[in-house]
Design a binder for this molecule. Structure first.
Ligand code: 2YH
Length: 266
């Protein structure tokens, strides 16, 4: 999954309320509602949970604003959150001493939420695929019997595929690497492999982008009635197509994934 950069999250906090309203318009429910639906839990979440976000210095190091933005999303959803002063294990130690219930932390490859008391863990890639598939289903009024085109068969795409197939979708997959598409089909034999991108786009109105590639889809290639759920960063659409798809596009860099991780563990 793409590593975020500071510019990706620069004004995210200021736009949370607006984004929540946008999701309500498109999906009928906002960030919390979509994430709760994706977590599949029947019992009420413990909104009194206290969350510590621990900055991680390994690999390429801390991204300015990353931990603060994760904490802001958690607070927006109604739980208390803070960024630890210490990083890495010092931060974990601080979170436990402070009796936090949940720790969230990301290195360059893996982003997790852990509930220390309930011994629950949520992985960002899996949770992101699941929550965007849930959002697509809400936006489309369910997926039963509907054709969906999945672009990208990596960890996010695989997670989304499981949810969409479980929801009754007829799934086609396109991946620039045919081996990845084939291994998804081996996992889920009902999945069809799409031969070419343009033909697949023109024959599907429900689209899911889980690729790490940006701006490879243009307005002329997308159907008028298309709905796109796109956790992939950068966004697969060019600017013109992004504007044109407003109201039929689900895309952010962190919000839905973090919300799903939170509701998975509280
Ligand atoms: O953005 C990322 C990875 N792509 C997470 C992969 C999740 N599927 N990591 C962020 C790194 C944050 C940094 N270590 C910090 O500021 O703590």
């Amino acid at each position: 999954m793409t590593r975020l950069v500071e510019a990706d999250i620069a004004d995210l906090n200021a736009r949370l309320a607006e984004y929540d309203l946008y999701l309500k318009d498109v999906c009928g429910t906002g960030l919390a509602g979509i994430a709760r639906a994706a977590s599949g839990k029947t019992e009420a979440p413990d909104m009194a949970s206290r969350v510590a976000v621990v900055p991680v210095t390994s690999g390429l190091g801390v991204i300015n604003g990353f931990s603060g933005t994760v904490a802001a999303i958690v607070e927006f959803l109604g739980c208390r959150a803070r960024v630890t002063d210490g990083t890495d294990f010092a931060g974990i130690s601080e979170a436990v001493s402070d009796r936090c219930d949940v720790i969230m932390a990301a290195d360059d490859d893996t982003f997790i939420a852990v509930n220390l008391k309930a011994q629950l863990v949520s992985d960002n890639s899996e949770a992101t695929g699941r929550v965007y598939a849930t959002a697509l289903s809400l936006a489309a009024g369910g997926l039963t019997g509907k054709n969906v085109l999945l672009l990208g068969a990596g960890p996010v795409g695989r997670s989304a595929a499981a949810v969409m197939l479980n929801g009754g979708a007829a799934l086609s997959v396109y991946d620039i690497d045919p081996d990845k598409a084939e291994s998804l089909r081996r996992l889920y034999p009902s999945v069809r492999i799409a031969g070419g991108l343009e033909e697949a786009l023109s024959s599907h109105s429900l689209l899911f982008d889980a690729t790490p590639s940006g701006e490879f889809i243009h307005r002329g290639s997308v159907r008028q009635d298309a709905i796109l759920s796109a956790p992939g960063v950068p966004l697969c659409l060019d600017r013109e197509c992004e504007e044109w798809m407003r109201g039929r596009l689900l895309h952010d860099v962190l919000e839905l994934g973090v919300a799903a991780m939170l509701f998975d563990v509280i």
